[in-house]
Design a protein around this ligand. Sequence first.
Ligand code: SAM
Ligand code: SF4
Length: 328
Amino acid sequence: FGRRLHYLRLSITDLCNLRCAYCMPPEGIAKLPHDQVLNLEEMARVARVAVGLGVDKIRLTGGEPLLRRGLARLLAELAAIDPRPDLRLTTNGLLLAEKLPLLLETGVSTVNVSLDSLDPAVYGQVTGLGAEAGAKALDTVWRGIEAALECGEMAVKLNVVLLGGINEAEITDFAKLTMELPLAVRFIEYMPVGRNTPFQPARFLAAEEVLRRVGRMGRLEHLPARPGDGPAQRLRLAGAKGELGVISALSSHFCATCNRLRLSAEGKLVPCLFSELAVDLLPILRRGADDSELAEALLQAARLKPREHDQAPVNAHAAGCFMSRLGG
Ligand code: SAM
Ligand code: SF4
């Protein structure tokens, strides 16, 4: 379909220290048995073969990637791939301040911090921590964000899942952050992905609504897409230090420009977030297949990538795999 897949998202663990309402049930989900999770060597090998096929951008995600034991070794192995891919990471930010030196050492270029509320009570509600622990955690996450901004060596993005009736009143507060801070705030439509938590259509809020509300705050300039950019539509409020983004997976599809493949923690290479299709790399890796067989499996996943998904706000239906094992 004329798409170049050059972006690999590696879910490096199924474990998480939060229970975000749209991602995990409050009691969590069964942990994968140790031997069903790819080990660090296997992940690094898939990454190396993918780079050999033209992947130039790798994002670590999870679960919570900063919880992964051996993260330092994995990052070092990924950074040593020739040509070196652009390394990025998506995190809930709880361990960001602590792990920042490691991320800087290995040259992680961009950190995306998932933060759905600036209000301690709402943050505690969305993450399942409750009011008291939520307030403390929000402080910790914010310290991590500040440290990442202060180091001046990495781009910082905040990912905000839009949740009608929960955080929608904070759209303008998030947008205001970009006036003072050189970060990107990206509003992401709530998606019916993952089989851990039932989709709640009443919580869906279209990205359009963000544009309407932010548009009332001042002049909004549309920023041009850069080569290799993801699906975010980029905007800037007049005079702002940072920028805004909206990611409208449901209300307006960006499938025609989708450039990614996802590797789940258990080794399933997933061509589309909304599809059940996957190529299981675990048996291939463990039966001692050589790099050319592995490369063929990656190409097979690329060929399986559907032209587009069939989800829309009015016909949203649960799809895909366990989000906390696949990484959003
Ligand atoms: N734990 C890390 C974090 O939260 O950033 C990385 C994994 S998390 C699964 C990756 C991203 O997926 C997060 O930004 C999260 O908000 C998003 N996500 C999870 N479930 C979602 C859903 N149902 N709709 C939209 N985004 C979702
Ligand atoms: Fe929240 Fe990310 Fe953990 Fe899911 S994996 S519960 S989105 S922190």
